[in-house]
Design a protein around this ligand. Structure first.
Ligand code: NCD
Length: 318
């Protein structure tokens, strides 16, 4: 039998089948005890080298990929935008091709170009894992969001689950990857926020995607009228660095912030998520972020397991 020699990447969740998502989520769920320190780490990636190439700022994603790689026995090298030659004007492709030429096994890439991860993957010989490319996708975040929900509910079948994603959706790669993952798993997703941040055209994001059992996607602007219908409320950060805040209405918190009052109107059992970093008391009140409905730190914990699963999948040690 011919050996599979194609380099494997993780570039996007759009177009991924339910089966592919389940496979990664199952693998990640199996790895949670390793993240918790209850089961010894493995050495499946012993001798491999993963380059974390982060040309945009990051706390969670970068640390999480490093922890995941090291839990699997891989070595890591870290390059960030401010200390790399990107700050001297080197192009993304030149930076990535030079790192790849050193013989690393995978590049974990965060960059500001939409589609930058696919562009790099087409040129380098190693695996590329997209850690967020501009306003396009953030696949491991979408996976960890799905993992936090499936772990909380105790089922991988999200058919009929009502998810609201609230906030700065137009700029959000997190929202896009979450929409692709969650609707593929059967959840109905409503994108909620002011028209300046959540234009109606976003409702067509899943056009062209097939799949029996896919959940619906729609856009709404009135959060208050939906609070009692949502099972999951995913709050997003206002990304001031992407639009300078010009599109953020002055009454943003009053209308779209998940305040303590609003959280009290959620259904029993409804949960609150946020990818971080949080603008506390703007999009999400501290008391809600740290409260009993919050899955915020479960998302972070599961993120390491998802990244371990993704590295194993890409590097053929799964
Ligand atoms: C997000 C990102 O960078 O896209 N954060 C993350 O990866 N946890 C979201 C954000 O910056 O608001």
């Amino acid at each position: 039998m011919a050996l599979e020699t194609r380099t494997r990447h993780l570039l996007a969740l759009r177009g991924m089948t339910g089966e592919q998502l389940h496979c990664l989520l199952d693998k990640a769920a199996d790895l949670l005890p390793v993240v918790d320190g209850d089961v010894a780490a493995s050495d499946s990636l012993d001798g491999r080298i993963i380059a974390n190439l982060f040309l945009e700022n990051s706390t969670r994603t970068r640390c999480s990929f490093s922890v995941a790689a090291q839990r699997l026995g891989a070595g890591t090298v870290d390059l960030v935008g401010s200390t790399s030659s990107a700050s001297k004007g080197e192009t993304l492709l030149d930076t990535a091709c030079n790192v790849a030429a050193m013989g690393v096994d995978a590049i974990v890439l965060r960059c500001s170009e939409d589609g930058g991860a696919s562009m790099v993957a087409a040129e380098v010989g190693c695996s590329v894992l997209n850690a967020g490319d501009g306003q396009h996708e953030h696949p491991t975040q979408g996976l960890l969001d799905a993992l936090a929900i499936t772990q909380h509910l105790g089922t991988k079948d999200l058919t009929g689950l009502q998810v609201g994603i609230v906030g700065d959706i137009a700029s959000s790669r997190v929202a896009r990857s979450a929409v692709f993952a969650l609707t593929t798993l059967g959840a109905h997703v409503t994108l909620i926020g002011p028209p300046s941040l959540v234009p109606d055209a976003l409702a067509s994001m899943c056009d062209g995607l097939e799949g029996a059992g896919r959940g619906h996607l729609c856009v709404a602007h009135d959060l208050d009228s939906l609070l009692g219908q949502l099972d999951v409320v995913m709050m997003l950060r206002i990304q001031f660095e992407r639009h300078g805040g010009d599109s953020v209405p002055d009454d943003y918190r009053a209308k779209w912030g998940l305040t303590e009052d609003r959280a009290q109107q959620l259904r029993d059992g409804a949960v609150v998520m946020h990818p971080g970093p949080v603008n506390r008391d703007l999009e999400l009140d501290s008391v809600v972020c740290d409260g009993p409905r919050s899955l915020v730190l479960d998302q972070v914990r599961g993120g390491v397991a998802v990244r371990m699963a993704a590295l194993l999948d890409c590097l053929g040690a799964g």
